[in-house]
Design a protein around this ligand. Structure first.
Ligand code: AMP
Length: 292
């Protein structure tokens, strides 16, 4: 089941779905895999901790991993091929080519994690070129990443459909992330970020549309020294919005000790009505806590 990118491409048949991941799988990843398995003839998932997207070597060094567990979980979700490319296969020498999405990739995460979005776009481009999927599945948890990848595919003309999938939350609302296991005793403090976003979504449901008020709802929940940003953006360009009109996303990032987390809620208001997409909640503790 474990293959290189070249072997995986050789086994492609019918409609091919791709789910890129950095491993230490949780229910957010599994939801993408299940969706691909349901919609495609063959599902490939990649497990590659992409060094290009880490701006902090310590963050890369402590990134959690459990390959055996990942392989069993992916197989149970209907993944046909688990692609685990070695560093020499992905980038035999440090790449001189980088994919930078002007504007969309330079704001927010691009500002706070220099080089991060270029690292993401470069590795996704590399995977799309090597594996040539028909559909590629990405989580809305990483709203800016989804916007960047959508634009890369459009600009470079990859014949692939980018599928955005719901953000999955833990029982208490914390957005699922492989890094959540690293939070330890700071986990209860980190809950402030999702609470703030849920508060903003409630304000939106009550009719609030002003970016200043929606962003303030997040700021009031998260201590100043933890919050990196809380910004209402137009969803496809990630440019700042002054009002939650059309398709917007309220994105936020915060740091609790050495662990940085990101989260968002999608706020849509148009002629057909208004809705706040808070994602979906698990009904049980995430499986990542079973392997601590
Ligand atoms: P990662 O392993 O963190 O690079 O994530 C791999 C894919 O899983 C990306 O498309 C993420 O957006 C997606 N993902 C990560 N966390 C979640 C989540 N809580 N809900 C939905 N998708 C997620």
């Amino acid at each position: 089941m474990v293959t290189t990118t070249a072997e995986a491409r050789g086994q492609a048949r019918g409609v091919v779905g791709l789910v890129p991941t950095m491993g230490f799988l949780h229910e957010g990843h599994l939801s993408l895999m299940e969706r691909s398995a349901a919609e495609c003839d063959l599902t490939m998932a990649t497990l590659y901790v992409n060094p290009l997207q880490f701006d902090d070597p310590a963050d890369l060094a402590r990134y959690p991993a459990d390959h055996d567990r990942d392989l069993a979980l992916a197989e149970a979700c209907g993944v046909d091929l688990m692609v685990v490319p070695g560093p020499e296969e992905m980038f035999p020498s440090p790449p001189l080519t980088g994919v930078t999405v002007a504007g969309i990739g330079e704001r927010l995460e691009g500002e706070f994690r220099p080089g991060h979005m270029t690292g993401v776009a470069t590795v996704v481009t590399r995977l799309l070129a090597a594996l040539q999927p028909d559909r590629a599945y990405f989580g809305r948890k990483d709203a800016q990443q989804l916007a960047v990848v959508t634009r890369v595919v459009r600009d470079l003309g990859f014949p692939v459909e980018v599928v955005g999938c719901p953000l999955v939350r833990e029982v208490d609302g914390l957005a699922l992330s492989s890094r959540n296991v690293l939070l330890g005793r700071r986990r209860s403090k980190a809950l402030a970020l999702s609470r703030g976003l849920m508060g903003a979504a409630d304000r939106f449901d009550q009719g609030e549309r002003r970016a200043t008020a929606l962003e303030a709802a997040v700021r009031s929940a998260v201590p100043d020294d933890a919050l990196e940003y809380a910004r209402l953006c137009e969803a496809s360009t990630m440019t700042g919005a002054t009002m939650a009109e059309g398709e917007t996303v309220l994105v936020a990032a915060a740091r609790f000790g050495p662990v940085r987390i990101i989260d968002n809620v999608c706020l849509v208001a148009d002629r057909r009505g208004a809705s706040a997409d808070r994602g979906v909640r698990l009904g049980h503790p995430s499986l990542i806590y079973g392997s601590e």
